[in-house]
Design a protein around this ligand. Structure first.
Ligand code: MBD
Ligand code: FE
Length: 279
């Protein structure tokens, strides 16, 4: 069937068949996606068995709660992020810390504190490298923003996130820090290890068929928000990771790989600890 005939058909199924109040935007999107799918089936001569494998695959991915992960792995979330960046540039909202994707593993409601927080529950302290990070939230004019919210979340030494990994304590490696009266935040945690897609999961199953790995470099997620301001969704990467520029979710960006200073002198380590907020 040619493309024009497909378009006519799809239009009949969705728009002309609507004899009840409909949502025009939903109609527009469905007509387009359905048309593009039918054209792909036609052009690639997709067999019924291939089609129903695809349906089964999507069912399994949904049942496993891996559709968000799939969107990341197919680059779709990165695509949305690039589009959001373009839209911001058009609106004159350029500069500052670059944005990148949220990923599927954020959980709302993390414990909140002012100025600083310890993110890890201590269960991996014997094996982990301690991480201390601090910074300042600035507005568009470069003015510090007391009261800005800094939400931080990251994986443990196995690359797993609390809640998704029920062996971890609730909100382990997840905190909300309210910037202090000078707009500063600071936290102590552990240096995380990169995430890998569940090896027996639906996302990795497709990645295998595509000849791709499902690894992310070690990273830490952030939401930065304040009322009356655009929310920034971003991440930082830990330099030196093998996957730094080979992220299955395409989230690494120039400007999001801060230098890490490694400290071995015990006196300096002590001076960096949590109860000494700003070193
Ligand atoms: C992650 O931890 C992540 O950040 C993304 C984007 C996808 C899968 C796991
Ligand atoms: Fe992540």
């Amino acid at each position: 069937m040619n493309h024009a005939a497909i378009e006519t058909l799809v239009n009949q199924w969705v728009v002309q068949a609507a004899d009840r109040p409909a949502n025009p935007r939903v109609q527009q999107v469905v007509v387009r996606l359905l048309g593009d799918l039918c054209k792909a089936i036609e052009d690639l001569d997709v067999t019924p068995s291939e089609f129903w494998s695809g349906v089964s695959y999507m069912s399994a991915a949904g049942a496993a709660n891996e559709l968000g992960l799939l969107a990341a792995g197919l680059g779709l979330e990165h695509f949305l992020d690039l589009r959001a960046e373009e839209a911001e540039a058009k609106a004159g909202l350029e500069g500052g810390t670059p944005r990148t994707i949220e990923g599927p593993l954020y959980v709302a409601g993390a414990p909140e504190s002012v100025g600083f927080a310890r993110l890890d529950d201590g269960t991996e302290s014997d094996r982990a490298e301690t991480l201390v990070m601090q910074g300042t939230v600035f507005d568009d004019d470069g003015k510090p923003m007391p009261g800005a919210k800094v939400e931080v979340w990251h994986a443990n030494l196995l690359g797993n996130y609390s809640f998704f990994d029920r062996t971890q304590s609730d909100f382990n490696l997840r905190r909300t820090i309210v910037a202090d009266d000078q707009g500063r935040y600071r936290f102590q945690s552990i240096i995380p290890v990169g995430y890998g897609c569940p090896p027996d999961g639906t996302t990795q199953q497709l990645l295998d068929l595509l000849g791709r790995h499902g690894q992310r470099p070690a990273h830490i997620h952030f939401f930065i928000s304040a009322s009356g301001h655009r929310k920034l969704t971003t991440q930082i990467n830990i330099e030196g990771d093998d996957y730094l520029w080979d992220d299955f979710a395409f989230a690494t960006r120039e400007g999001l790989v801060p230098p890490i200073t490694r400290v071995t002198d015990p006196a300096r380590i002590d001076a960096q600890r949590l109860d000494k907020p700003f070193a």
